[in-house]
Design a protein around this ligand. Structure first.
Ligand SMILES: Cc1cc2nc3c(=O)[nH]c(=O)nc-3n(C[C@H](O)[C@H](O)[C@H](O)COP(=O)(O)OP(=O)(O)OC[C@H]3O[C@@H](n4cnc5c(N)ncnc54)[C@H](O)[C@@H]3O)c2cc1C
Length: 330
């Protein structure tokens, strides 16, 4: 039986372990389970290599309330900071463990968490699995033959000097366009709206400048009807403008991620509409079970600082209610 089991080693899960350590929970009583072979899988997979990691992402205030904090940095600096946090606080992360079940003992404050490798008992469980494990997909069917051409990130396949369609209108869409232009691609951006209201200032200005310089073709107010295999390339049919068809060597969707609703519901977490109902300090309707990071940020999605701050807020309640400090000997 350990004190604190954390699921997911992204910014939220790592900072949760760091907060526990800072609050005096012995590090051998805290365990992090991560399904990937490395920590911060979402950052490694979804961030373009040369991306500027902004502290005020999605307009979140860049103010840190806990132990960990981030200034504007490169992707590598961000990952090194998270590496160092794990090392310096002796955080135990077990990699390659995908958690698929969490059960609460009805009588005692005890959870049994099961991964593909083992089961663990703990007093408190914190779920920090983010929303990017399951990127949002379009409603139309995507041809299986174009698996290597129709993508949800820009790191799994090297895209160079090609005709690329990016679909979306948030920060990720802008960053993908910036990166793809730098890689010598001819980039088109399709967005249902005509204005970029969801982007932060840097990303909005960057994409508007690329469009003004005609380095990105902008299909504002466009709507895709479907994609078919046009002999190894993606043939994109548009609903708006009606009847339009264009061919691209790659299509990259930047539509955000989804809350793993079924997983959370089977644990017994109550939902309000599409979002998990969270009480004080990120606690769910199941006492002792917390949701932090992107999972607790609502429809808008989170940021790294949001993830750090949510861990510190959750730790306050965990310390006070579930893991009180042992009285000091005189
Ligand atoms: C393209 C892009 C650009 C971004 N740019 C910025 C930026 O500039 N600044 C900023 O602050 N934010 C940025 N963000 C947002 C930021 O990356 C997220 O808010 C942050 O990563 C959320 O942290 P998290 O720990 O909640 O989730 P994640 O980072 O998604 O980490 C979750 C971890 O849990 C693991 N996991 C998932 N399911 C399981 C399971 N069942 N069992 C075990 N492990 C599991 C995953 O492998 C992953 O390592 C960006 C996001 C994207 C997509």
């Amino acid at each position: 039986m350990i004190d604190l089991l954390i699921i997911g080693a992204g910014p939220a899960g790592i900072s949760m372990a760091v907060e526990a350590c800072a609050a005096g929970v012995p590090h051998d009583r805290v365990l992090v389970l991560e399904q990937s072979p490395e920590h911060s899988f979402s950052i490694k997979k979804y961030y373009p290599e040369n991306k500027l990691v902004t502290a005020n992402y999605k307009g979140f205030e860049a103010a840190c309330t806990g132990v960990m904090c981030l200034a504007d940095s490169t992707k590598q600096e961000t990952l090194s900071y998270l590496d160092e946090a794990i090392r310096a606080h002796q955080v135990t992360v077990r990699y390659g463990e995908h958690v698929y079940q969490i059960a609460k003992d009805a009588q005692a404050q005890r959870f049994t968490t099961t991964s593909n490798v083992a089961s663990y008992e703990s007093k408190v469980v914190v779920i920090a699995i983010g929303i990017l494990g399951k990127p949002n997909k379009p409603a139309y069917r995507l041809p299986a033959t174009l698996k290597e051409r129709v993508l949800f990130d820009v790191t799994s396949v090297e895209i160079l000097k090609s005709r690329v369609l990016v679909v979306g209108g948030g920060d990720s869409a802008s960053e993908y366009c910036q990166y793809l232009v730098q890689q010598g691609n001819t980039v088109t951006l399709s967005y249902r709206k005509t204005e970029f209201s969801r982007m932060n200032k840097i990303n909005r200005e960057s994409i508007e400048a690329l469009i003004a310089r005609k380095e990105v073709e902008f299909l504002g107010g466009s709507d895709i009807k479907g994609i078919s295999d046009g002999g190894g390339v993606a043939r994109v049919a548009f609903q708006v403008p009606e009847g339009a068809e264009k061919e691209f060597e790659y299509v990259v969707y930047a539509l955000g991620g989804t809350t793993p609703k079924n997983f959370l519901k089977t644990i017994g977490i109550r939902f309000l509409g599409d979002e998990p109902h969270l009480m004080d300090n990120h606690e769910t309707s199941v006492p002792g079970l917390f949701l932090i990071g992107d999972l607790s940020a609502g429809m808008k999605g989170g940021s790294i600082i949001w993830a750090f701050n949510s861990a510190s807020t959750a730790m306050e309640k965990i310390r006070e209610r579930y893991l009180p400090e042992p009285p000091k000997s005189p």
